[in-house]
Ligand binder design. Sequence first.
Ligand code: ARG
Length: 560
Amino acid sequence: MIREKIKKSIEDALKKLEIEAKEIHLEHPEDLSHGDYSTNVAMVLAPKSGLKPLQLAEKLKSDLSKGLQKGGFIEKIDIAGPGFINFYLSPEFFNESIKEILERKSDFGKNDLGKGKKVIVEYSSPNIAKPFTIGHLRSTIIGDSIAKILEFSGHQVIRDNHIGDWGTQFGKLIVAIKKWGDEKKLNKSKNPVKILVDLYIKFHKEVEKNPKLEDEAREWFKKLEQHDKETFSLWKKIVDWSMKEFNRLYGRLGVKFDEILPESFFEEKMREVLEEIKNKKIGQMSEGALVIFFTEESHLPPLLVQKSDGTSLYATRELATDKYRKEKYGKDIVIINEVGSEQKEYFKQIFAAEEMLGWFKKGERVHISHGLYRLPEGRMSTRKGNAVWLEDIVNEAVKRAGEFNREVAEPVAIGALKFNDLKRESKSDIVFSWDEILNLKGDSGPYLQYTYARARSVLLKAEQEKIKPSTIYHLPATDPERLLYRFPEVVERAVREYSPHYIAIYLLDLASAFNSFYNEIKIVDKNDPDSPYKVALTQAVSIILKNGLWLLGIQTPEKM
Ligand code: ARG
């Protein structure tokens, strides 16, 4: 990549001056008119060299400039401010990069950072009989995009959905179904989860009046754990009702998994893990329960892995899951959990335990956390009944996208939802607002889809007027060209930091540069000798918008 070439030439120039540099920073200036790359080495290394920053910058510039030839990749080098050295790439370079984009098409932007590496990306992971909330939506959207970015970077990716289908709450739900539910209605319903959640809420109301219900629930869960036939088959129905609804949502969101291994799958595999914890003397019995204690420096609270009544916990199933994954996919597997930040400390405990068990080394377990959606009045909670339902959001989004024609309303709505999430760093909490989440204007998914459709219609017109794209002729560099070649760099950054938002932000910049270009000049013009080049540029923009939006899981309709 051009970045490496420039770095290397700076290194060489420094060597000639006998200055050693540990790290050379090369940035893109904020403003496109200030050049394409900029380095602060002269300022950083001036003290070492005994020169003033500007003097060192001049020396470096004069040496670097010697290497510039006509037809080379760099057109000019400037010194700016207190000693920044700015590099301007040449029209020939932009020419070449457009050629490469048109040749590589859907492959443009790929890299091989992940060559030979296997990684499990676990995301979405909703709970059976609980609402698929906007929180799970974040995990679904971010996780899906990260899986795509990893794949684009050469990794072998296994997409895994760790459905929560086990735990004492199923005892409560079974009590509620038996007492107040109607299986026939549940069978027929389009939204069985809503009914199940109402039953769950009812249980919590009733238990205040009648605490004995808790004991009943515990009994049912025990029966379930013992795989009592009738209990088990009711539980299975609950799972099927919920999955039907979840799968419908995944279909609408365009999200697929390679593996759906729910918590219950690991029920049988926990005993072995508990044995291993005991044998390796990592756990201690404490009041009849098995607990893992961590080192003092880690500041982590102890992790309970078996209750005193012998029942298992979420954490126990977690450990069994990771053991299974390692056995199935090989010892060099990397496991990423895309899960909300409320489980941050929990994952630290899990990772520490897995290191103590000798299963994983540092870096092989990754928690990518996202902030929560909060309602203006506070946290969402299933029990309080104030959680926002994902399907309601999708439906509302489609309604709001009504101004677009019917065929594209759904992809536009889903694009808006996804982009709204992916355009920001995922760490921070978001206050839920319908207007924000369904924003169809400004820095939004539909804006990018619209720009893509615009580029496609320009290309269609060029075809009709028989203007073939050509990369031969060139103009002085334009703003879209100054951004196009950066796409692979942006993808690399996104994969290294597991952060799709770099791609989202980049696409906004590219779209805005292209839209200004489109507004200022005529692209398709039979009498303009530059027209074929402008058409090629337009095609390159359309390819990158498409590749970039694909990485974000957003569709690109040809017309809007
Ligand atoms: N089902 C859990 C929840 O909704 C998330 C599961 C996350 N994944 C995991 N391996 N613990 O809170």
